[in-house]
Design a binder for this molecule. Structure first.
Ligand code: ASP
Ligand code: MG
Length: 420
């Protein structure tokens, strides 16, 4: 008997029909002799709707009550999914009188404890007592993803897409055998199929590659969920709730075995929502850079590519990129720094940029991947504005309008259109 955590994303619970499908699926999985735990997201579009409501009141809502608000979509989904499972079980006549097939639980009812960084909270611990007792009574816990509770009983949320992280954390805490992430695509693709028709589903991918792809904008998994899965060596299975075929297994590099050797580039990612900020006219000196990026990090802004030019006349120029969603906040922090400390600072911005990246663990041992990427972009007449590399990835910042073209030429240039 296996303990399986199944997470259903927004589109998988997007309508009452889909919710009834999830109920049947969970009960069928249980009937095959497994213990099942469900984690659900809000119905598709719901969290966006809640965010929009808040934004009508304040452009940068940032408070305990914002999390209280945006966590509410999951409560609706938990209520409906639990109701659907209990109704279906009753119909199947598989329950004794008075017995429940499923029990819905919000984060605080489980005991999903987080820090108090609202909207980006991190899970600190999960109380498994209640879950274990439900499981041992063959009752399926249906848990609200995306949310937790801080030490002062405030509702917190884990960042957009956070129900993946909830599922992985719960699976790790319960030492589950499998963690299945159900979504509306049937796995992880070599690139975004909307950008490139030749995109292929991968049967397996390493945690490391998945982390890079997720951090680069592949939206299939929240990056923190992959980090957590890697830490606990928990295998993930990303698959579709619309199509019962095998999806993509996210596993450790060792499990990929010999296969890994042949693949230099596993995937191409594109993130179209980048803003480049250039800071000019900063008096150079020790601690200056630390001060600037310290202020940005205290505001929980994720800074990506950073390029520092050689100072001229003792003045420093630094460029860096942030995601579009952090743009306003970053601007505010920089304006404050200018007012308080760096009065001569000039800030230039360039939006409408995209980052295209190639990712693969194999490139650690294969020279020439970077030069090949630059050549492919050059041949497609695409200008590169910034470059950054890590051991298993190379990213180039380009004009957003060239994204599709760039992805297509890289996907083909690195032979990703061929079967694995
Ligand atoms: N409902 C949340 C969101 O839309 C969490 C999730 O779907 O994972 O971001
Ligand atoms: Mg998601």
């Amino acid at each position: 008997m296996a303990l399986v955590v199944q997470k259903f994303g927004g589109t998988s619970v997007g309508t009452i029909e889909r919710i009834q499908h999830v109920a049947r699926w969970a009960l069928d999985s249980q009937a095959r002799g497994n213990d099942i735990v469900l984690v659900v997201s809000a119905m598709s579009g719901e969290t966006n709707r809640l965010v929009e409501l808040a934004k009508q009141i304040h452009p940068m809502p940032d408070s305990h009550e914002y999390d209280l608000l945006i966590a509410s979509g999951e409560q609706v989904a938990v209520g409906l999914v639990t109701l659907a499972i209990n109704t279906e079980a009753e119909k199947r006549g598989s329950l004794k009188k008075g017995q429940l097939a499923a029990k819905g639980l919000l984060g605080y009812q489980v005991g999903i404890f987080t820090d108090n960084i609202f909207s980006k909270a991190r899970i600190q611990g999960i109380d498994t007592t209640r879950l274990k007792s439900l499981i041992s009574n063959q009752i399926i816990p249906v848990i609200a993803g995306f949310q937790g509770v801080d030490s002062e009983s405030n509702i917190t949320t884990l960042g957009r897409g956070g129900s993946d992280t909830s599922a992985v954390a719960i699976a790790a805490a319960l030492k589950a055998d499998d963690c299945e992430i159900y979504t509306d695509v049937d796995g992880v693709y070599t690139t975004d199929p909307r950008l490139c028709r030749e995109a292929r589903k991968m049967s397996r991918i390493s945690y490391e590659e998945m982390m890079e792809l997720a951090s680069l904008g592949a939206k299939v998994l929240q990056i923190r969920s992959v980090e957590l899965a890697a830490k606990y060596r928990l295998p993930l299975h990303v698959r579709s709730s619309f199509n019962p075929v095998e999806g993509t297994r996210v596993v450790s590099q060792e499990l990929l075995g010999g296969q890994m050797e042949q693949v230099v580039v596993a995937g191409v990612a594109a993130d179209g929502a980048q803003v480049k900020l250039t800071l000019q006219n900063i008096t150079d000196g020790p601690g200056v850079v630390a001060q600037i990026f310290g202020a940005l990090s205290r505001a929980s802004i994720v800074v990506d590519v950073i390029v520092q030019d050689i100072p001229s006349n003792g003045m420093l120029t630094i460029s860096f990129t942030v995601g579009r969603s952090d743009h306003l906040k970053a601007r505010q922090v920089l304006d404050e720094l200018k007012a308080k400390t760096f009065s001569s600072l000039r800030i230039a911005e360039e939006s409408d940029l995209a980052k295209v990246s190639v990712v693969g663990v194999g490139m650690q041992h294969h020279p020439g991947v970077a030069s090949k990427m630059f050549q492919l972009l050059a041949d497609a007449d695409i200008n590169i504005k910034l470059i950054t590399t890590s051991e298993i990835k190379i990213s180039c910042l380009i004009a957003a309008e060239k994204t599709k073209q760039a992805v297509e030429c890289l996907h083909r240039g690195f032979d990703l259109n061929r079967a694995d």
